[in-house]
Design a protein around this ligand. Sequence first.
Ligand code: APR
Ligand code: ZN
Length: 375
Amino acid sequence: DTVGKTITCKAAVAWEAKKPLVTETIEVEPPRAGEVRIKILATGVCHTDAYTLDGFDSEGAFPVVLGHEGGGIVESVGEGVTSVKTGDHVIPLYIPQCYDCKFCTSKKTNLCSKIRATQGKGVMPDGTSRFRCNGKQLFHFMGCSTFSEYTVVAEISVSKVDEKAPLEKVCLLGCGISTGYGAALNSAGVESGSTCAVWGLGAVGLAVIMGCKKAGATRIIGVDINSAKFKVAEDFGCTEFINPKDYDKPIQEVIVEKTDGGCDYTFECIGNIGTMRAALESCHKGWGVSTIIGVAGAGQEISTKPFQLVTGRVWKGSAFGGWKSRDSVPKLVDEYMRKELKVDEFVSFTLPLDKINEAFDYMHSGKSIRSVVKL
Ligand code: APR
Ligand code: ZN
């Protein structure tokens, strides 16, 4: 019985920026009041993990246990925890839902800010860490730290999901898939019969395509500089493909011509300020909406001519697909279980923890949509 005791287990530790992760034996303290300790069974590897590992995240503190796209089983809960119990299958949430803050009580946003300050500093809400390795304290990451056999998270950062769902698949609903799918359905609000264009056909872009298709879009144009991405995009519902490298004029001109004035909805799923502009300027005058999902480098700024907005185009963005996390993730899992939402199709590689650095290599080389690490 591990309840109330420190657990010794394996974790992939990021000791410093720009160095590979190291599989270490770490100690994970029991959950304190309002916290949950989870046995993680699987985790995806996402760009935000790489971004922080590469030292680009100004908030990023080392040494740290990265990972935020996980699935696991509750091992024990701290004092006062009522929403989950030992044995529950759960997905940790990097955007929590406290039901109490001004963001949670607003219908307009999913950006719960209850624990934002401590989460950004890599510690639990009481300001301390639950992880140690060789006597050194390790920081938490995005309130999740899923690159560990055991992790501790705030109760408000836990969604309870159907225990029949395979965690090595639905863990991906903790970030990339939900982010793209919700951007189309919630943030943009794509309508039946629309013409859409999606920049970047990675996991996020494919999930956007899935959302556009679900909403009944009739034309879904995929834009990527890697033509090898088109086949899988077609399987997800992409109807046309454009490789900007095939044209010697700005891609927004090409798209405006092809679509009789522009798209109803466009999405940027790369994190490149140039493609953000192209996506906005590919929108139809009067009503086109462009949604930014990709995370640009720290300090970068976007630009366009204000006339683009004066003439009715809308520039917006979203995080975690606009989903109120604890309410929505269990429903997304149910949608997957009813075979109405693709998840398996996103998994290119499944690897053991000690091969986690290969998952980063596959991501950087574009060989994977997603890699899942099984713990
Ligand atoms: N123009 C068009 N396509 C591009 C460009 C470009 N200038 N640069 C990159 N791409 C394509 C890549 O070829 C790739 O297919 O964008 C796609 C990005 O896919 P992934 O690297 O798999 O990224 P993904 O996991 O989908 O995440 C997309 O969202 O999480 C945020 O900011 C994060 O960069 C990440 C983005
Ligand atoms: Zn809240």
